[in-house]
Design a protein around this ligand. Structure first.
Ligand code: EPZ
Length: 416
């Protein structure tokens, strides 16, 4: 299996162009199932998860081509309404295809996505919302069998602002008669990007970015072109790498307001951050100071997807930083691997206490999940000596050639 070999201890300097957002392109690829016709998506990162989503679209009958960062989906003909288990298991968020397949075909058959490294990943909020919209759902032997009855718009109150449940409900509601209101909707920027795509297809949908989204059902369809928004978690990752290593790094083509909680935490740690339009510049001298407590929350709170990367920064900072992971049950799997590099971290339930400042040293470590793997890369870049990071298929799910980007910033990193 390939691994990343990193010789750490070097400052980073240079400019990075941020890619399109993984967590936006995935629901929008699923949404092309609803918009029968030609869907041209620009700024699509070439990631393992995107390749998995494209496999599902082709399985359903879509014609999908890629030219550079542009993916074209012709969904004029949909021949199937099921997603087989092997494809469901390739990418846990494949459940996002449930709503669009029901909207287009009136029925759907998926297998339960199963758990992942972060915990059981239930989908009860998705299924409750779809049932309220008139979908008959039978869960049998790991399969989810859906049959659309009379689909009518309703008020859907989410007990938790789940990103995926918000997206699935938006997509299913396009096929409902009347108005669907999603109350306590997720407010992540990727939801607004999905709304913008759906509006371009002719859908009558408003409110994304706030806690209440309204969808007026109607089978509109229109050949559509859309540019995927920048990846705020990729941006957060490279900002954390620059902070942990020290140096002077500029991110281009990003949305600074989407990473406000990350830049303010890093500023508290002593980084000098300046914003100009769609660019962010971070300058840092090592060692940083410890940061205020990091509490992960639904957007606009601190993103759970940047918790591990921020923990790697905290390991290099002088002092104690406290983490509270409020979103996922099991999102500290990177802690044990960071400790192999000399980090001092104590975990109790959802709380992790990082006593930073002791120098990190290179080690053999293994990525445990996508963002935990990114955290190990950051720590290895800041550590003295050589590290070898294994299981990097986790990292390739969410970062396009991470070693190429970091090498361009002066890191000594190679894929073996
Ligand atoms: C999306 O996952 C993202 N994935 C995740 O990013 C991200 O961590 C998460 O939102 C939170 O921001 C994509 O967009 C593809 P949720 P999703 O539904 O939709 C519980 C990454 O690293 N829950 O908001 O699955 C769930 O167990 C990935 O890029 C239920 O209990 O997240 C979790 O504790 C990781 N029942 C919490 O809600 C449900 O029906 C947040 O889940 C659904 C969720």
């Amino acid at each position: 299996m390939s691994m990343l070999v990193i010789n750490g201890g070097r400052a980073l300097a240079g400019t990075v162009a941020v890619s399109g957002a993984k967590n936006s392109v995935l629901p929008i690829l699923a949404a092309t199932v609803v918009n029968a016709g030609r869907n041209v998506l620009h700024n699509c990162p070439d990631l393992r998860d995107v390749q998995s989503a494209i496999k599902i679209l082709r399985h359903l009958g879509c014609k999908v081509t890629r030219e550079g960062q542009t993916v074209t989906v012709d969904s004029s003909v949909i021949e199937r309404w099921d997603v087989p288990d092997d494809l469901m298991r390739e990418m846990r968020s494949s459940v996002i295809f449930l709503g669009p397949i029901i909207a287009r075909c009136g029925r759907a058959r998926l297998t339960t996505p199963g758990g992942c490294e972060l915990g059981p990943r239930p989908i009860d909020l998705h299924l409750d919302a779809l049932r309220r919209l008139g979908v008959h759902i039978e869960e049998r032997g790991g399969e989810i069998l859906c049959e659309a009855g009379k689909m009518e718009g309703r008020d859907i109150i989410l007990s938790f602002p789940s990103v995926g449940a918000t997206e699935n409900t938006m997509l299913a509601a396009t096929a409902c008669a009347g108005v669907t209101r999603i109350i306590n909707a997720a407010r992540e920027p990727e939801i607004a990007d999905l709304q913008e795509f759906l509006q371009k297809t002719g859908a009558n949908i408003t409110g994304a970015g706030g806690s209440e989204i309204s969808i007026v059902g109607g089978n509109t369809r229109r050949d559509t072109e859309h540019r995927i928004m920048p990846d705020r978690i990729e941006a957060a990752t490279y900002l954390c790498a620059a902070a942990a290593c020290g140096g002077d790094v500029t991110l281009r083509e990003c949305e600074p307001e989407h990473v406000g909680t990350i830049t303010s935490a890093l500023s508290e740690g002593g980084c000098e951050i300046s914003v100009a339009g769609r660019s962010i510049r971070l300058r840092a001298e090592r060692p940083l100071r410890a940061m205020p407590p990091v509490r992960t929350m639904p957007y606009p709170g601190f993103p759970t997807d940047a918790q591990a990367q921020m923990m790697a920064v905290a390991c290099t900072a002088r002092g104690t930083t406290i983490f509270l992971e409020n979103i996922f049950e099991n999102r500290y799997r990177h802690v044990g691997e960071l400790m192999r590099m000399g980090a001092h971290i104590k975990v109790s339930g959802r709380v992790a206490v990082v006593d930073g400042g002791a120098p990190l040293h290179g080690a053999m470590v293994q990525a445990t999940d996508l963002r935990g793997g990114a955290a190990l890369v950051i720590a290895a870049l800041a550590a003295h000596g050589e590290s070898r990071v294994g299981e990097i298929h986790h990292i390739d799910r969410g970062y396009e050639h991470i070693e190429t980007v970091l090498s361009a910033l002066g890191a000594d990193i190679r894929r073996e």
